[in-house]
Design a protein around this ligand. Structure first.
Ligand code: PXL
Length: 277
């Protein structure tokens, strides 16, 4: 069985980061170890959230893992708690990497043109360093703009493709851009396969509602599929479909809350995927 490490926060309530990644990766049948970056009462879109920074734990945890000869077949990073953590995470990836482990970085830091509460303006510069360690990075459009330090505004399809290629050149990673839309009723993702210099698109119907946490559902499903051996493009298609189904479930559930995605009814879609397909 594959063993992977995911590095992101625990938002105790909020249906994001680790509380989303763990059930999703388990549904793929992947053993998942965690390195929590911080513990928050709720995610940062809530008011007055608490934040316990776990930066100081990282070198201590690594020391034990080195002694115990613990290695991983894959790494997936999400929300990072401090700039200093980025160096620690790079050290951890370098010293617990087994068989050229797959590295996926979700540069989770911004949406709708704004950095999340708590990140200052130079955070994207440091996040770019972590992206340089990745095989695949999964920015949304806001994060793409911050990583490239370009204006957050509407771009044509041609311009968007050039921006994605720029980010790939800068990081040496393949790029999966989420939240892509060129027609009102469709929403999806663009992939740029770096080694094959290939751009592809995947779309589903757009659900007329916005929910927090879709990025984490997408990234976790993408990573699970990719570790299972699906191609980058097929993993993107699976992640789009899973996120679409989860947003539909959220919209249809009258008891849904505002802060997260009701992804649980769709886990069986991931469990039933077959790499032979
Ligand atoms: O869903 C991304 C995310 C993860 N972790 C924390 C967040 C957010 C988005 O706001 O605040 C703590």
């Amino acid at each position: 069985m594959k063993k992977v490490l995911t590095i992101q926060d625990i938002s105790c309530v909020g249906q994001c980061s680790l509380t989303v990644a763990l059930p999703i990766l388990s549904s793929f049948g992947i053993e998942t170890a965690v390195l929590p970056t911080a513990v928050l009462s709720t995610h940062t879109a809530f008011k007055n959230f608490t934040f316990c920074d776990l930066t100081e734990e990282m070198p201590k945890i690594l020391k034990v893992w080195k002694k115990e000869k613990i290695f991983f077949d894959g790494f997936y990073t999400g929300y990072i708690g401090s700039i200093q953590q980025i160096d620690y995470i790079i050290q951890i990836m370098d010293s617990t990497n087994q068989n050229q482990a797959i590295k996926v970085v979700d540069p989770c830091m911004a949406d709708y043109g704004k950095l999340y509460a708590g990140f200052d303006r130079d955070f994207p510069k440091y996040m770019l360093n972590l992206c340089k360690k990745a095989d695949v990075i999964l920015p949304n459009f806001t994060e793409l703009c911050f990583l490239l330090d370009v204006e957050y505004k509407e771009y044509s399809q041609k311009e968007l493709e050039a921006l994605v290629k720029n980010l790939s050149d800068l990081t040496n990673a393949s790029v999966v851009l989420t939240g892509v839309s060129f027609a009102e009723e469709k929403l999806g993702a663009m992939t740029y396969h770096r080694n094959e210099d290939r751009i592809s698109y995947f779309f589903t119907e757009r659900v007329d509602a916005m929910f927090h946490g879709t990025g984490d559902c997408f990234a976790s499903a993408f990573f699970g599929a990719y570790v299972k051996g699906f191609s980058m493009e097929k993993s993107t298609e699976i992640a789009c479909e899973f996120t679409y189904r989860s947003v539909l479930s959220t919209e249809q559930d009258q008891t849904s809350h505002w802060y997260g995605v009701h992804f649980e009814p769709n886990l069986k879609y991931l469990t039933n995927l077959n790499t032979e397909d």
